[in-house]
Design a protein around this ligand. Structure first.
Ligand SMILES: [Zn+2]
Length: 507
């Protein structure tokens, strides 16, 4: 666990005065930290202090309700934790860039506390405002990372064999509930007290499983990185994402989404989805952080470090791949383009770890399902197109029984990660033409994998899950700048990792 130490309290007070001052109010939604055995969230106009209460009979998921508010000043910035705020799409569009008084922060107490269970957690974690547009990061029109509901809300669709068919329902779950639910769907062994995965924070959502329908023999997961759930559901309903609509029609989708953990950042939540643990418990705290004990800056989410990112995870970390193998020792599992590949028999990142160059196409020219209008001018769109095409090639190859001269059985569990949606939604914002194009392209790629499952003759025995790692919110180009210069002007020594994790008295 990490708490603010007494010797850094004075520095923290000075930093907090700057961060929650009037000048930075448009940029800083709130600051959260751990001290004196509890947790605090402070904004410009109020604060809340809360403490964790140990449950009487500890078990998976109990932590969610085990918090008590012990003090508030002004207006409690975390007062609204409803999962249904700013959904569906019309509600989000009616209130772009919501002020915190109009925003919601689902599971905020648990999602804040869990972060500080890790010894390398920051002294202060800055939560940027809903409208904040990072100048230093290229002034993206779409952003995520905060506790706010639009940035935390990923889409969630479960479909196919063994899944209850309810269509789009007004509900939410947490990303950590996905791995236990998939393990239960497959009929993996579990322990009554501990659950399906060692140390799981999530719980099984039991009514997603249709017990009378029989268990699926296979599960295939699709992750559309950074996809705004409202946008995806609206496009599916409008016929613009027919394969996503097909999945919703043969299963259940949660309109209020799968809520990502803090920070609502890529690698932290990919790992939460595939391990059932919150970031402070699986150890992938962010895309970058600082390990004060060793003086090492850890960078996980970069092309140079993806292949070895899981080296920074908690030792012996369990995963869905491992849970499947424990229950089905002969089963084959595959992980395509996914950095969190612990326990997978096939993984794209094995190519890198073996020192091989994976089969990345040289150019996006002529690749199927690519929107040329954006591939040509946008470097990010072009790269996402190439990478996701390579993902389809691997998944389709494996499902056909042969990929790159190696023979494969049909995977018990196959995970396919797509990246184009994230880069397109950052670039144009979630409500842009380029974002819509990325969903159309990704939907078509998903369709190719579904066709490969049909060709393999296993469609009726397969369950499918579609999720993202976090949401994406439209930024306000007028809300620029960041807290770095203001803190430096105030003479505060700090390092800021991944633009949110502040470590005081460090340079
Ligand atoms: Zn992401």
């Amino acid at each position: 666990m990490h708490q603010l130490t007494p010797e850094r309290e004075a520095a923290a007070d000075r930093a907090l005065a700057v961060l929650t001052g009037r000048e930075l109010e448009p940029v800083v939604d709130m600051v959260v930290w751990a001290h004196d055995g509890g947790y605090e969230a402070r904004s410009h106009d109020g604060s809340v202090r809360f403490e964790r209460r140990e449950p009487d009979s500890p078990g998976p998921g109990d932590a969610v309700s085990a918090y008590e508010v012990v003090a508030t000043t002004g207006s409690n910035p975390l007062a609204d934790q409803r999962t249904d705020r700013l959904a569906p799409l019309a509600a989000e569009l009616a209130e772009l860039h919501p002020h915190r008084s109009a925003n919601a922060y689902p599971f905020a107490y648990d999602h804040i506390a869990q972060l500080f269970d890790h010894p390398a957690a920051p002294d202060l974690c800055v939560i940027h405002s809903a409208g904040h547009n990072w100048e230093d990061q290229g002034g993206h029109r779409g952003e995520h990372g905060s506790l706010g509901v639009v940035q935390a809300r990923a889409p969630f669709v479960l479909a196919g064999a063994g899944v209850a068919q309810r269509g789009l329902v007004p509900r939410a779950l947490r990303v950590v509930d996905i791995a236990p639910t998939l393990a239960a769907l497959l009929g993996c062994r579990h322990d009554e007290a501990a659950g399906f995965l060692e140390g799981q924070d999530g719980v099984v959502v039991p009514d997603l499983i249709d017990e009378g329908a029989g268990r699926p023999e296979h599960v295939i997961g699709f992750l559309f990185d950074g996809t705004n759930a409202n946008v995806l559901y609206a496009m599916a309903a409008a016929g613009e994402a027919p394969n996503v609509a097909r999945l919703i029609g043969m299963g259940t989708a949660f309109e209020h989404g799968a809520i990502a953990a803090l920070p609502t950042i890529t690698l932290a939540n990919h790992t939460s989805i595939l391990t059932g643990r919150l970031p402070g418990h699986h150890g992938i705290l962010n895309n970058a952080w600082y390990d004060r004990a060793t003086g090492v800056q850890v960078i996980t989410n970069s092309s140079a470090t993806w292949a070895t990112a899981m080296d920074h995870a908690t030792a012996g970390l369990d995963s869905l791949h491992r849970a499947v193998h424990r229950s089905f020792p002969d089963a084959f599992t595959a992980s395509v383009n996914e950095p969190c590949d612990i326990g997978a028999d096939y993984s794209t990142f094995d190519f890198f770890r073996r020192g091989e160059i994976p089969p990345i196409p040289q150019s996006p020219e002529g690749l199927p399902h690519s929107t040329e209008r954006f591939v040509r001018p946008s470097k990010d769109y072009s790269w996402g197109t190439v990478v996701d095409h390579m993902g389809v090639e691997q998944a389709v190859g494996i499902l056909s029984g042969r990929y790159r001269d190696v023979t494969y059985p049909i995977p018990k569990f196959l995970w396919v990660n797509f990246t184009l949606t994230d880069s397109a939604m950052h670039e144009g914002g979630p409500h842009s033409e380029v974002a819509a194009a990325s969903i159309r392209d990704s939907d078509a790629r998903l369709g190719e994998v579904l066709t490969a499952v049909e060709r393999a003759g296993s469609f009726d025995r397969t369950a499918f899950v579609l999720v993202a790692d976090h949401g994406m919110e439209e930024t306000d180009p007028a809300v620029r700048g960041d807290w770095g210069p203001a803190l430096r002007d105030a003479g505060i020594a700090f390092r800021d990792e991944a633009y949110s994790f502040l470590y005081l008295d460090e340079a």
